[in-house]
Design a protein around this ligand. Structure first.
Ligand SMILES: *[C@@H]1O[C@H](CO)[C@@H](O)[C@H](O)[C@H]1NC(C)=O
Ligand SMILES: *[C@@H]1O[C@H](CO)[C@@H](O)[C@H](O)[C@H]1NC(C)=O
Length: 929
């Protein structure tokens, strides 16, 4: 094993350019994908046994059987149990499992944020071979018994989602491996006939997968009538709107450490979130395929011109609008959630109701982060920290990559280079800054390393196929991997984060969990072999294959178990008082409950800057709003123009961190020419000016579960031109961002949505007003970041430059009011202490701000707020004013004060100077002609 690892390390170190596709499987090289992808029977072999249907509470349960016809020998006679449950908020769940498996099939454990809440389910009828059901919201489900099919009807009675329309429901029943000697010759021959090659073992390159359970794949097709586009299933580098896969590879979901991953690709990379959304002008719906095994997804969009027209006509009856998708997973059960929308914001919310929202992040984590592999010692950290002040660039966090450790042993410090970690951290926190350090899930196998010795003695490691401790190769060399499925391992790991167990850390040291796909340099596809064993709680009488899970079952959720344990540890180390910040690379459904995500090891190329926008849009739609890419690119060196454009783009993406590879030239902002440094400084300052806006958006995400970073169609669902736009996006419903993503750009095409509703957009730099009318050309110089504020919105800003966000706590606000065609605007502002959970005890301020032609009001949503702030309103800018008022008076606390106003631009921007209104109390301003 080890000799194999060495050349790979070498390759990684020298940085051979471009992905090595040979390291990763195609569908044809993945046994179950090759086996199931061609499976397209004319008619489903599954039949609902109508006599067995029972509706109890919110659940229909019934038996499903397969016919054993000559034509379809692939599906043997077998019994399955079906449940269909109605859940709150227009969601249904279908589960199909073997009625009597020889041992339990794996059910994904951590994706859901608790047990989904039940809605009422009523049996409407059971006749003519069909069962009709309805939930309390008036959605209907029609189940056809033979061949089995599920149709979900929207509240208008139109078919919105169909399951098994294409008869691709398939569950490979578990079978016992027959040993040749156990059977007489005749039976043995039969067995060989049924069992295809590869059933009990597969090879990929030099790796053998022993497949002790044999074939156990599942598959399901879903059709979306009337859909124009489908989205979701991150993480890929492809477009946001998914493309037809018939003439190429399916989209693959398998968390992998892909070295120098390629662009415009459906290859699997670090994350796998199996949720799909289908959108058209009629409705938006979604499906969540609840499965953590390797998964492939095929897509056919009948309107995209790649499907032969005779087939399009046959399937869609000529009106073309329909998208089909199909999931194929290596193991597990069929477990699918159908979310009936019917607007984009509804499906996004429905998905986060199932898998959870991103909890309110600590405020500093929305500010600027400075990272590099590596800041080499304490003096380096101090130098970087000081240079931000020297160059007047705000920064909140300095990051340490793997080299801070004692030779890659996590929870230790290099005792030469980092001799005074506590003092180093204290020096940062004195300026309101924080430290983030990396902790990976691979553990160095070294005698005397407490973590390795404890994990070995206490049995906390993942086991290999024979039940011995699994050894792989990663940064420290020979490594083993904690088995977080074992509660003792998760607990042990959580406890390592205690301050006394990780000396030098404090509540101001936060955590980066990397390499958690997991990455194994000498493993198949650079990850853990699928036949490795994970802990399963012991149950009476379960032994052999029933006594553990294989890595194949859980692969895509491995990283989620790690960050969950990290989160627990960070909460406990500070008595649940402070909000943890965690960054993860591996991503699965539910990841957003614990961590922010970045798009992994990109490169300093324009293509990767461009890809960061659709990649984060896709993750945000899948619940992960807290997303960003390595600003500047990880590999290679960004020339000044690319670096500038990346900072400008990053300033408007949720997670804003510069990071770079150990072998690239240093590139902290002050290392460029002063003119470039000035542009980088400006981009970072723009971020800080909008920090309270970002913070408010994240707070509101916790209330409604919709993405912070939004595709245009979320807010303008009927505007068809927006459906495929993925180089520009919205922040909340207020700001529109079209970062410059092209080299040498003199102008960019900006799409302004909202034509039908007379929407106005204001350039945030000039307050120039544009009427929404699709694309227009925005001229750009190198300093320009095209950002527009929607008419009808109020955005809070703080303009004073500080060294870090913490030091801005009492700074005054500017409110920018952009008027709509009716001269009105609305906005909100959320403020709290930025780092504790005291906001759950009403210690926060959440205010709604409203502007009407005669008055502006600031009203606390929580009038009994226990939080007060010394911050005040120093300026109100009202853009798009048509008839300027003559007088303005502030009413607050029983007093009334006359305010000073000035007009700017073409007399359409009114500035109220020093209104001096507080943020902790209600106030209003009355305007008079
Ligand atoms: C902390 O700051 C002080 C004062 O600038 C400096 O002398 C000391 O070396 C710093 N300590 C570390 C560990 O960086
Ligand atoms: C203006 O107000 C009218 C009447 O309330 C409303 O129908 C219309 O949508 C509003 N227009 C805008 C741009 O908000």
């Amino acid at each position: 094993m080890k000799p194999l690892g060495l050349p790979l390390i070498f390759l990684l170190a020298v940085g051979v350019l471009g992905v090595d596709r040979n390291n990763f499987k195609t569908c044809d090289q993945s046994g179950f994908c090759k086996r199931l992808r061609p499976f397209k029977p004319e008619k489903s072999q599954y039949t609902l046994n109508l006599d067995t249907v029972i509706v109890h509470g919110n659940v229909l349960s019934a038996e499903v059987t397969t016919a054993n016809t000559e034509a379809e020998k692939k599906v043997p006679l077998w019994k399955y149990s079906l449940t269909l449950s109605a859940l709150v908020d227009g969601t249904f769940r279908i589960q199909v499992d073997e009625a009597d498996p020889i041992y339990p099939r794996y059910r994904t454990q951590l994706a859901l944020d608790g047990e989904p809440k039940a809605d009422g389910l009523q049996l409407v009828s059971k006749e003519g071979g069909k069962v009709t059901l309805t939930n309390t919201q008036g959605h209907k489900v029609l189940i056809t018994a033979e061949p089995l099919k599920f149709e979900f009807l929207d509240q208008n009675g139109d078919v919105a989602v169909v399951i098994n329309e294409n008869s691709q429901l398939l569950i490979e029943p578990l079978r016992l491996k027959r040993e040749k000697n156990d059977e007489d010759e005749e039976n043995a021959e039969n067995a060989v006939e049924v069992e295809e090659e590869g059933t009990w073992g597969e090879n990929f390159k030099s790796h053998h997968d022993s497949k002790p359970r044999g074939n156990e794949a599942v598959s399901l097709d879903v059709s979306f009538p009337d859909a124009d586009q489908i989205y979701g299933i991150p993480e890929h580098t492809d477009k946001f709107a998914l493309r037809t896969t018939t003439s190429g590879e399916p989209y693959r979901l398998y968390n992998l450490d892909v070295f120098e991953y390629e662009l415009d690709s459906r290859m699997a990379i670090y994350g796998a979130v199996p949720v799909l959304y289908a959108h058209g002008s009629k409705r938006t719906v979604g499906v969540f395929w609840h499965n953590s095994a390797e998964t492939w997804v095929d897509v056919v969009n009948y309107a995209d011109g790649t499907v032969v027209s005779s087939l399009v006509n046959l399937v869609t009856g000529g009106h073309k609008r329909r998208v089909d998708a199909r999931f194929i997973s290596e193991s597990g059960i069929v477990d699918v959630f159908v979310m009936l929308g019917n607007k984009p914001a509804d499906v996004f919310r429905q998905y986060t109701k199932l898998t959870g929202v991103t909890p309110l992040p600590p405020k500093f984590s929305l500010a600027y982060h400075q990272s590099r592999w590596n800041y080499v010692d304490e003096a380096d950290v101090r130098g970087v920290d000081e240079n931000f002040d020297v160059h007047d660039i705000p920064a909140d966090v300095i990051w340490l990559d793997i080299e801070y450790t004692d030779r890659k042993k996590y929870f230790t410090w290099d005792s030469e280079k980092f001799r005074h970690p506590a003092e180093m951290v204290a020096n940062l926190t004195a300026k309101g800054r924080r430290l983030v350090v990396i902790i990976d899930p691979h553990i160095k196998r070294e005698a005397g390393y407490f973590l390795h010795e404890d994990a070995t003695e206490q049995g906390l490691y993942v086991k290999d196929k024979d039940g011995n401790i699994y050894e792989g190769w990663c940064w420290p060399g020979s490594s083993s991997y904690l088995d977080f499925f074992n509660p003792a391992a998760s607990k042990y790991y959580s406890e390592r984060y205690r301050f006394e167990n990780f000396p030098g850390t404090s509540k101001d040291v936060h955590i980066w969990n990397d390499m958690n796909e997991p990455s194994v340099f000498n493993g198949p596809e650079i990850t853990m072999p699928k036949d490795c064993r994970h802990y399963k709680p012991p149950q009476d009488g379960q032994d052999g294959l029933a006594s553990y899970w294989e890595h194949r079952h859980i692969h895509n959720e491995y990283g989620l178990w790690q960050i969950r344990a990290t989160n627990e540890g960070m909460l406990e180390r500070a008595d649940h008082k402070y909000r943890p910040f965690i960054l993860t690379r591996s991503t699965f459904a539910g990841t957003q409950r614990y961590a922010a995500v970045w798009t992994g090891d990109n490169a300093a190329e324009w293509g990767f800057l461009q890809a960061s926008v659709p990649m984060c849009l896709s993750l945000a739609a899948a619940g992960v709003s807290f997303c960003g890419s390595d600003v500047g690119g990880f590999f290679k060196y960004p020339e000044p123009e690319l670096m500038t454009r990346w900072y400008q783009a990053g300033a408007y993406q949720a997670f804003f961190r510069a990071h770079s590879h150990i072998e690239t030239k240093r590139r902290e902002p002050w290392l460029y020419e002063p003119s470039t440094t000035a542009l980088l400084r400006d981009a970072v300052r723009r971020r800080y000016a909008l920090l309270d806006f970002w913070y408010t958006l994240f707070y509101e995400h916790t209330l409604d579960g919709t993405p912070v970073t939004r595709p245009y169609f979320q807010e303008y669902p009927n505007e068809e031109e927006t459906y495929t736009i993925d180089d520009q996006y919205l922040l909340g419903d207020k700001l529109l961002v079209r970062p410059v993503l092209e080299a040498g750009a003199k102008s960019v095409k900006v799409y302004l949505p909202g034509r039908d509703t007379n929407t106005l957009w204001y350039d945030v730099d000039s307050y120039q007003m544009h009427k929404a009318n699709g694309y227009f050309n925005q001229e750009v110089n190198i300093a320009k970041i095209p950002v527009y504020q929607r008419g009808g919105s109020v955005v809070p800003r703080r303009e004073r430059v500080r060294r870090s966000s913490t030091l801005m706590a009492n700074d005054p606000f500017t409110l920018v009011v952009a008027l709509d065609a009716n001269n009105t605007a609305q906005g909100s502002l959320y403020i709290d202490d930025g780092e504790t959970y005291e906001y759950k005890n009403n210690k926060y301020i959440y205010a709604k701000i409203s502007y009407e032609p005669k008055q502006m009001t600031y009203t606390l949503v929580n009038p009994s707020a226990q939080f007060s702030s010394r911050a005040w309103i120093e300026r109100i800018v009202i853009a798009g004013i048509r008839a300027a008022p003559r007088t303005a008076r502030l009413h607050h606390g029983g007093r009334s004060t006359a305010l000073q106003m000035t007009l700017h631009r073409g007399n359409d921007v009114l500035v109220i100077r020093k209104p001096g209104a507080p943020v902790s109390e209600d106030w209003s301003i009355q305007f008079a002609e």
